[in-house]
Ligand binder design. Structure first.
Ligand code: NAD
Length: 378
């Protein structure tokens, strides 16, 4: 399975119900029988796995706004919580499943897509169970803890004939799509210098399971895996989805050792691309930061703070401010993915892209630990 772009077709854009589709088709995963059989006239049923913060505050509410999919089930460890969701979102209580019974979703006609929204270390197992249930899978970022896990997830979905997509909402957000277009069309020339940062000030006093992002076993790593993946995504987008070839990196100081005993508090890294382009990047749990800038010989593009949060990003270029429609990121992503499934179009954010990013993350950790320049394994 390659992590390199196969095609660079990006110029066709069209708006469907406020959602941009048909551009950025940079990866071409295989088509499946299940995809072909989905009827475009109905809303796809989505089951959320894990009813924590992101499901409760973003994905659930977004699924009330979507035109092409709706919430029809949940996977939770808390039956009472599942019943409340069934009542609030008006789906049958028979569509409440436990983490150990994900495979029993097989044959449930209400559920077409299983969306994994659990802590990072659980993504691989939940994805493989969802594939065995014969349902398409959306998995939250980071895709998994290692390239080996990503390969197992991709293989399981391929064997089941279902699609695997990553919850990269910004691939469906107009300002980020415009950044990709500027890169692809070389409006300012090829972007050769990128600089980005993403992070937030993490609260808490210990790396316990209640604060799983600071817990190595559950998170796999620190802000690099959580917030840094957005900077990796933006830089690769600015390079028309090329992966960097090598990285250098170093961890930042630990200012709160009681919280950051297991994962890094911050990390800086530089990515080198095959054409000589470079991206300097920062991911942190020590401050609220979210910015990205790409420079080419003929001009620049900048996603103003907050570049990667849920708010509407502001895109400015050397030609001036860019005005684009405001969308709910999660609704745009869910509708975009539902349309891709229903029309048989390749996904903009397939498992192969998630795997590419995990390979980059592995190289960054190797470089930060060794102090040596590290090659990104394709
Ligand atoms: P959260 O802690 O709020 O929710 C996690 C859920 O998983 C909870 O319902 C918890 O009960 C459940 N869970 C199941 N098994 C667990 C276990 N063994 N230990 C701990 N919790 C367990 O986390 P969240 O913020 O909703 O994040 C979930 C996933 O979504 C993460 O992978 C995260 O990176 C991703 N996420 C993505 C975005 C985005 O913008 N794309 C935003 C937030 C979170």
């Amino acid at each position: 399975m390659t992590s390199r772009p196969v095609s660079s077709h990006i110029s066709r854009r069209r708006f469907v119900g406020g959602v941009i589709v048909g551009s950025g088709l940079l990866f071409f995963p295989r088509f499946s029988r299940a995809v072909d059989s989905l009827a475009p006239s109905r809303k796809l049923g989505v089951a959320l796995v894990g009813l924590g913060g992101y499901s409760t505050n973003q994905l659930g509410p977004a699924l009330r706004q979507t035109q092409h999919c709706r919430l029809t089930g949940v996977v939770t460890g808390d039956l009472a919580k599942g019943k409340k969701w069934a009542h609030d979102y008006r789906f049958s209580e028979k569509n409440i499943f436990g983490y150990e019974t994900i495979e029993q979703i097989a044959g449930n006609p209400d559920i077409d897509v299983i969306y994994i929204v659990t802590p990072n270390s659980l993504h691989a197992g939940h994805c493989i169970a969802a594939a065995r249930a014969g349902k398409h899978v959306i998995c939250e970022k980071p895709m998994a803890l290692s390239v080996a896990e990503c390969d197992a997830m991709i293989a399981a979905c391929k064997a089941a004939g279902v699609r695997l997509m990553i919850g990269y909402r910004l691939h469906y957000e107009p300002h980020h799509i415009e950044l990709a277009r500027l890169a692809h069309d070389k409006v300012f020339g090829a972007f050769m210098r990128m600089d980005g940062a993403n992070g937030f000030l993490m609260r808490g006093t210990s790396a316990d399971t209640g604060n799983w992002r600071a817990n190595k076993k559950l998170a796999g790593g620190g802000p690099l895996m959580d917030m840094g993946v957005y900077v990796i995504q933006a830089a690769c987008m600015a390079k028309v989805e090329a992966a960097p070839t090598a990285v250098t990196a170093h961890f930042g100081p630990v200012t709160r050792p009681e919280l950051f005993s297991e994962v890094e508090e911050s990390v800086r890294w530089e990515m080198e691309f095959s054409d000589g382009a470079k991206a300097t990047c920062l991911a942190t749990y020590a401050e609220n930061l979210s910015r990205f800038r790409a420079d080419a010989e003929g001009g620049w593009a900048r996603l103003e703070q907050p570049a990667f949060y849920y708010d509407e990003p502001k895109l400015t270029t050397s030609k001036g401010a860019v005005h684009l429609p405001k969308v709910n990121h999660q609704a745009a992503q869910l509708d975009g993915m539902a349309l891709e499934l229903m029309t048989g179009q390749p996904s903009r954010a397939p498992g192969e892209m998630g795997r590419r990013d995990v390979a980059i993350i592995e190289a960054i950790y190797a470089a930060a630990k060794s102090g040596q320049r590290s090659t990104v394994q394709g």
